[in-house]
Ligand binder design. Structure first.
Ligand code: ACO
Length: 329
């Protein structure tokens, strides 16, 4: 028997910086080439915003579009959850800045920190908040200014990521559509596979820290790859079982867009052919937690998502964190 949804995604929005950086552009910065990047990752280009473009401003733009499409005012929002691995500052939360920019005067606002998994984690938090009857309208935003935390001398990481922001308005469901299942896990023992060493209490910022690039992202790509496939496969299995569905009954899969090879392997494990998998990693690279809401927004805009469809989404990221959800649209 399939589950009954309590909340639904009412509308979505996205913001992408206008500047396109191609693989050939990157080859002028680091020793790489279009062929290597395309065959190893599936990425052709990504968006890169100017250094002073703030994550909160990007989040505001995506959220404003989602609110407009839901025909809601900022004052209608009860809770603002923002996911970001690239906060504009460490205190207060980026969510409070997004709230202020939008004018969501009646809301509480806070960040979730779960790297690429952050938007799905945030969606789960919003689901719980609305299910408890604490409000009617949640804004779940993911905003990632990855270009500011990349080491542009490290070809193994700088070719993979891009900037972007996605958002959704989440509201109580009438039971016909919405979130059917939700599964999330993390493993902090694997934190050193993807991290930024400096900037917090452990290693405060200093001129030396910045000079040595200790505030930038470091990644063990091959280890992350293995864990990503394993953990997303596990998450899909749990989310499908909880929803009372099998891979055959999934009309569309929207996986985290990190690498086409990871997407293909995960879809195979979940029993979903690639013609039912949404892919935009070729155009945007890995936008961390913004990847899934941007992909969902594009899928809706392209008319790929129709009412009554079952959508499976899966993610993984630094932490390590991972998860999956099934929605009925
Ligand atoms: N251009 C050309 N050569 C490169 C590049 C590049 N951009 N980057 C690495 N290489 C070289 C390496 O130096 C290495 O050379 P060597 O054999 O002479 O030492 C060779 O290519 C192979 O490197 P590998 O790291 O083994 O390549 P692999 O096939 O594993 O692909 C990749 C690397 C694409 C990073 C892959 O491991 C991957 O996608 N991992 C997952 C990363 C990921 O998704 N991270 C995001 C996590 S989500 C989050 O929370 C942000």
């Amino acid at each position: 028997m399939t589950a009954t949804p309590i909340v639904e995604i009412t509308s979505t929005g996205r913001f992408l910086p206008s500047r396109v950086m191609t693989n050939d552009d990157l080859a002028e910065i680091v020793e790489t080439n279009d062929e290597w990047i395309r065959t190893r990752t599936g990425i052709r280009e990504r968006r890169v915003g100017p250094p002073d473009l703030l994550a909160a401003e990007m989040g505001r733009a995506a959220a404003a579009q989602a609110l407009e499409r839901a025909q809601l005012e900022a004052a209608d929002v009860d809770i603002v959850v923002v996911s970001t691995a690239t906060p504009d500052r460490l205190l207060p939360s980026t969510a409070c800045d997004v709230q202020a920019l939008l004018g969501c005067d009646n809301a509480l606002a806070f960040d979730v920190s779960a790297a690429c998994s952050g938007w799905l984690y945030g969606l789960s938090v919003a689901e719980g908040y609305l299910a408890a009857g604490r409000g009617d309208t949640a804004l779940v935003v993911a905003t990632e200014k990855m270009s500011n935390i990349l080491d542009w001398t490290d070809r193994a990481t700088c070719v993979l990521f891009g900037d972007g922001s996605g958002a959704a308005v989440v509201r109580p469901s009438d039971g016909s559509r919405g979130i059917l299942s939700s599964y999330h896990r993390s493993d902090g023992t694997l934190a050193e596979l993807l991290y930024r060493r400096a900037g917090g209490v452990r290693m405060p910022m200093s001129e030396a820290v910045v000079e040595q690039g200790e505030h930038l992202m470091k990644m063990s790509g091959r280890e992350i790859f293995k864990n990503a496939v394993r953990s997303m496969a596990e998450a899909c299995e749990h989310a499908l079982a909880e929803a009372g569905l099998t891979g055959d009954e999934i009309d569309l899969m929207i996986p985290h867009q990190a690498n086409i090879r990871i997407i293909e392997a995960t879809a195979k494990y979940a029993g979903i052919p690639m013609d039912r998998v949404f892919v935009n990693v070729d155009r945007y690279g890995n936008m961390s937690s913004a990847s899934i809401p941007v992909a969902l927004d594009e899928a809706l805009e392209q008319g790929i998502v129709e009412p009554g469809m079952h959508v499976l989404t899966a993610t993984f990221g630094a932490g390590l964190t991972w998860g999956a959800m099934v929605w009925r649209t």
